[in-house]
Design a protein around this ligand. Structure first.
Ligand code: SAM
Length: 281
């Protein structure tokens, strides 16, 4: 039987190019790119080819394999990550963070009023800023607390956007109006909104690859690790959640994405609410 014709594409993209790219992505990030992601990979990497003025994927793969590959690898990783996010995404997590996680801590403060939160795949920053607004709203005497929110991601482009903290009107729309008034400074001309200093001073943005060693110990009171492990294989997920548990307070809270589960992945957490877990081991 004849093979179906490859669609006419701007750049030649052969099966072995896709295999090379998906194996490099897995090695670098833990992300599994199945066959049905081929068109998505083409679209994302094609931008790199245009900007490097290359004409085939073979040339791009050769560049990655060459001595100059080191220079390109960051752009390559940034190009293949999926960064979809939004403020107060999966709102029930922020409700839980406020009422079930922070409220008891505020009622019975730990030594030094120390509170540590981590957004483990923060993308363009909507998640850590939403976490920080939730802290500021839930802790009345916040000035007396030692609060730090760590926000990390592998994608350096997304981290730069996070640290700048500037968003357009439609990105800011999911933020409740009262919080927008309190925490965002608007530029009347451009309509862009900037996260204010009260938020920014509590967050540290750092590049971090979740599948590589981590340079911090925690312990965290709450970790948001949402909509990232969905791209990882089971073993990578198991190792990751074990490492996360090691860096959490004994009864710390873990929030994962809406289509993710710890069932048959980790016994160190118990499910307490929708995609909301508490460390037990
Ligand atoms: C879909 S976004 C999720 C953003 C946010 N957590 C949320 O739920 O809205 C997934 C993020 O995971 C990041 N990511 C993918 N692989 C990673 C890895 N190995 N280490 C750290 N971050 C990674 C991507 O760069 C991307 O920003």
């Amino acid at each position: 039987m004849n093979q179906p014709m490859e669609r006419e594409r701007e750049f030649e993209f052969r099966e072995d190019d896709f295999r090379f790219i998906s194996s490099l992505v897995h090695k670098q990030t833990g992300i599994v790119l199945a066959e049905h992601k081929k068109d998505m990979v083409y679209a994302r990497i094609a931008r790199r080819l245009r900007s490097l003025r290359l004409t085939t994927f073979r040339d791009y793969c050769s560049l990655l394999e060459s001595d100059r590959g080191e220079e390109e690898i960051g752009n390559f990783v940034n190009a293949v990550t999926t960064n979809l996010t939004s403020f107060f995404r999966e709102g029930h997590h922020f409700e839980h963070l406020s009422k079930q996680a922070l409220k008891p801590i505020v009622a019975d403060p730990p030594a030094g009023r120390r509170l540590r939160l981590w957004s483990a795949a923060c993308s363009s920053g909507a998640e850590p800023y939403s976490m920080t607004m939730t802290c500021l709203e839930s802790i009345p005497d916040i000035a007396r607390w030692d609060i730090k929110i760590l926000a990390t991601d592998i994608d350096t482009g997304m981290l730069a956007k996070s640290a700048a903290g500037e968003y357009n009107e439609s990105e800011l729309e999911p933020i409740p109006a009262a919080l927008r008034t309190r925490y965002i400074n608007y530029d009347k001309k451009t309509g862009m909104g900037r996260m204010n200093d009260a938020l920014k001073k509590l967050i540290t943005f750092k590049p971090l690859n979740l599948i590589e060693p981590w340079p911090f110990k925690g312990p965290f009171d709450a970790v948001f690790c949402r909509n990232v492990v969905i791209y990882f294989d089971k073993n990578t997920q198991k190792e990751l959640f074990d490492k996360i548990a090691d860096r959490m307070k004994p009864q710390g809270w873990l929030y994962i994405g809406h289509s993710e589960t710890l069932h048959s992945v980790s016994k160190r957490f118990k499910l307490c609410d929708k995609t909301t877990y508490q460390r037990v081991l």
